[in-house]
Design a protein around this ligand. Sequence first.
Ligand SMILES: [Fe+2]
Ligand SMILES: [Fe+2]
Length: 188
Amino acid sequence: VNRLLVDHAHCELKAAANALSLAARHARDVDLALALTDLAREEIAHFQRVLGALAARGLSCGPPPEDGYAAALRQFAAKLPRSPHASPLVDRLLIGALIEARSCERFKLLADAIGDDGPHGDLRALWKEFFASEAQHYGTFVDLAVRAAAGDRPWTIARLEELARIEAQIVSKLGLEDRGRSRATVHG
Ligand SMILES: [Fe+2]
Ligand SMILES: [Fe+2]
């Protein structure tokens, strides 16, 4: 649990930083910038909550670990064929959606794995709350991607599925490289 908390703190901060850098790059699009900065604010709040949980255990957060996952996904996305609405922004938003979906799944597993009255009962409530908010973040990223793809939802969902197939390959490869370290490679 301790290692997971330390790793997770960085995931939250990375999610906030990613949303902020996208917002900065597309600040001319006011709705997009507002949605992304709202999301960043929530991720920063998550980071602070995790720091609190760490402090309550007398732990602190070291420097961030290397994370090949998001970078690998972006590299692959750049090589995908250019179809009608494809743009770097759409792909970044869809990758954001995938990362949120994974972290959502992860919190569900974590919340289910922790009993209410064990030593980490406090974390159960936290994971459940994060689960709900990551599910919302997923929806936000998908909606923003549809919007960036000229409102073409079927095309956007097909692109998301294409990226998800690539993601599955990356995750299984990282899983092999990371063997024994049990580090989460995805954001929360
Ligand atoms: Fe999130
Ligand atoms: Fe989060």
